[in-house]
Design a protein around this ligand. Sequence first.
Ligand SMILES: Cc1cc2nc3c(=O)[nH]c(=O)nc-3n(C[C@H](O)[C@H](O)[C@H](O)COP(=O)(O)OP(=O)(O)OC[C@H]3O[C@@H](n4cnc5c(N)ncnc54)[C@H](O)[C@@H]3O)c2cc1C
Length: 419
Amino acid sequence: MRESSHRYSALALVRHGISGRPWSPAWRSHDLRQRYDVVIIGGGVHGLATAYYLARNHGITDVAVLDKGYLGGGGSGRNTAILRSNYLTPEGVRFYDRSLELYAGLAAELNFNVMFSRRGHLTLAHNDASMRTMRWRAEVNKASGVESEVIDADEVKRLVPRMDVSADARFPILGALYHPPGGIVRHDAVVWGYARAADTLGVQLHQDTEVTGIDVANGRVTGVRTTRGDISAPVVLNATAGWSTLVADLAGVRLPVQTFPLQAAVTEPVRPFLHTVVVSGSLHVYVSQTARGELVFGASVDPFASYSTRGSLEFTEGLAGHVLQLMPSLSKLRLLRQWSGLCDMTPDFAPIMGHTDVEGFLVDVGWGTYGFKAGPVAGEAMADCIAHGRPPELIEPFTLDRFAAGRLVGEKGAAAVGH
Ligand SMILES: Cc1cc2nc3c(=O)[nH]c(=O)nc-3n(C[C@H](O)[C@H](O)[C@H](O)COP(=O)(O)OP(=O)(O)OC[C@H]3O[C@@H](n4cnc5c(N)ncnc54)[C@H](O)[C@@H]3O)c2cc1C
């Protein structure tokens, strides 16, 4: 463990201010060792959270997290940070609800302000079929003890006064699924918080370290090859999201995953007026307002599989049109920037977690457009899975063998645009 002055506090702030002493780096650099008990490929929220919970919950600290770029450089630093647990399947609701519970206590636990903000989440319904799905989701949510209810258009207007709920709107709003526990968080802070806490507990974080090969002998993983040298390890976790099939291929494991780009955009900051997250599946758009006042917009994935992370004019044009259909008074607002990230989509819009046919080679992938909110629970569950050699009950529905067995989870109705 590192020295206690590493802890952030008001007192530490005053001490550093008076003494002028620099803060110690949030995490350290190390030479790559030739052996670790556990190697985690991917330094996003999933890899880092797994490393943290391995050390904290199970005392397993001989762990290396390897990333080919910088920590959080994948989807974890590019997402729109929407949190919710109002999914469609009971297994999904239970799983994501545990994540919200962990998020609520994360700032105190990691000693890092992750700016968790519980502000309510609205999924708009523009037609009868959507209203039926919202009612279904509300019932599944309530049965699992998760706060969700269907509200009418007047109530939507009360929550979001700028919303056009008139009957002559191009896509009239009939109602919405309202999920008060939903909200947003600061994605970089979550990544840095987990990285710093894992480092403090003894985990080694290696940036600029690309895995180029995975060694398998007699059906079991024995180590990885990297751009900085070879490592032997009895356990290797693939937590590389958009790159997960490329990494799984190195171990000879096939995943039912396709990679699609997902774009997002942010506006100039304006006075706070939007106090909930708003999603419209029919219009393929969602919006939230940050603590700094910017509006953050997202959509559904680009319509073709690709590893490109270029933004497109087509996306911003479509996005602007759809946002203005919902809130016409935003027409003078200027977009500041747009960006893109890679999403690992599965056929049932649910993740793939646990063991593979190669002993010791595990996966935590298939996070599509919705995996940031799952970072804490996935980390906790994968650490448990590695420590005990079998998946905990919470993630049993998400194992890879479900595809061969035909036990798909069927989360598309609540995960396609909603994030
Ligand atoms: C625009 C956008 C908006 C989104 N919005 C939301 C949202 O609002 N809510 C939500 O819950 N989710 C959202 N998501 C999805 C979410 O970002 C991802 O599901 C999540 O961040 C995945 O985290 P991860 O740790 O599994 O992977 P990543 O953060 O992608 O990390 C994977 C890491 O693996 C590394 N890597 C890849 N190959 C190798 C290799 N060979 N060797 C070493 N390292 C390697 C990469 O460099 C990368 O850093 C969004 C995604 C995007 C792109």
